[in-house]
Design a protein around this ligand. Structure first.
Ligand code: Z5A
Length: 228
């Protein structure tokens, strides 16, 4: 049976990376997922991210997040940035996501198409229809099966991210930018209630992890992939 694409979304410092890692460890250890086919092979759990889920993507990620901080003095233009995220995604879908889904993997992906709507659309103010078309081209129509939106005020998320160390190019954008991004995620969650589930990410790591476990256990049962 084809696998599932589960995406973690939210503003900086919302806890996506932390929760994705915990979720991956939990899925590996829990035995929650039914085995595949008659021989009973385990489903692969694949953790990946955008930008940077392929070797091309690693190069693009470096350019996107570091340009203008250390080396090139010229800022990346907004439309150029949009196309770089799209190129990263097109490669990721073809090289990793679709082949792994065909093999039945459960993919946990740190950011996907909604980030482009939130950051380049709401944050930078680029045309939302154009972004929708570009997402369609980059993904060939591959949508997430479930998106976990870790909802937290932009200010609190940024504070967490900055406590961690030096800020990259996107983290250096002003607070108003990150608040527009946050509004973008809220708008997306309101528009796609079936696909996007909101989680209160201002709570402790353990409480957020517990909420994710509950949501995923239920979804796996609905999808016919879970035990019990
Ligand atoms: N971007 C875009 O513009 N368009 C696109 O289409 C795509 C991406 C795909 C990716 O950078 C950048 O690309 C991103 C958007 C843009 N902008 N930025 N910057 P990234 O992958 O390096 O950064 P990120 O995705 O924003 O991740 P992050 O800053 O690392 O945040 P996070 O993954 O959500 O949080 P975390 O690393 O798990 O936690 C941050 C800190 O908070 C850390 O010290 C934790 O220990 C702590 N933490 C986590 N959870 C909690 C709780 N519950 N309580 C207290 N403290 C916590």
């Amino acid at each position: 049976m084809r696998g599932k694409l589960i995406v973690f979304e939210g503003v900086e410092g919302s806890g996506k990376t932390t929760q994705l890692q915990r979720c991956s460890q939990w899925l590996e250890a829990s035995g929650l997922l039914l085995r595949l086919g008659a021989v009973g092979t385990r489903r692969q759990i694949v953790a990946t991210r955008e930008p940077g889920g392929t070797s091309l993507g690693i190069g693009l990620r470096k350019l996107l997040l570091e340009a203008g901080i250390h080396s090139t003095p010229q800022p990346i233009e907004d439309r150029a940035e949009l196309l770089m995220y799209a190129a990263d995604r097109a490669q990721h879908v073809e090289e990793l996501l679709n082949p792994q889904l065909e093999l039945g993997a459960i993919i946990l992906c740190d950011r996907y198409t909604d980030s482009t709507v939130a950051y380049q659309g709401y944050g930078r103010g680029l045309d939302l229809k154009l972004i929708e078309q570009l997402n369609q081209i980059a993904t060939g129509g591959l949508e997430s099966d479930l998106t976990l939106w870790l909802d937290i005020e932009a200010e609190i998320g940024l504070k967490r991210a900055r406590q961690r160390g030096s800020a990259d190019r996107m983290e250096q954008a002003d607070l108003a930018f990150h608040q527009r991004v946050q509004q973008g995620f809220a708008q997306l969650a309101a528009s796609y209630p079936q696909r996007i589930v909101r989680i209160d990410a201002s709570q402790s790591e353990d409480v957020v992890h517990g909420a994710i476990q509950e949501i995923l256990s239920q979804r796996f049962r609905e999808w016919g992939l879970g035990n019990g």
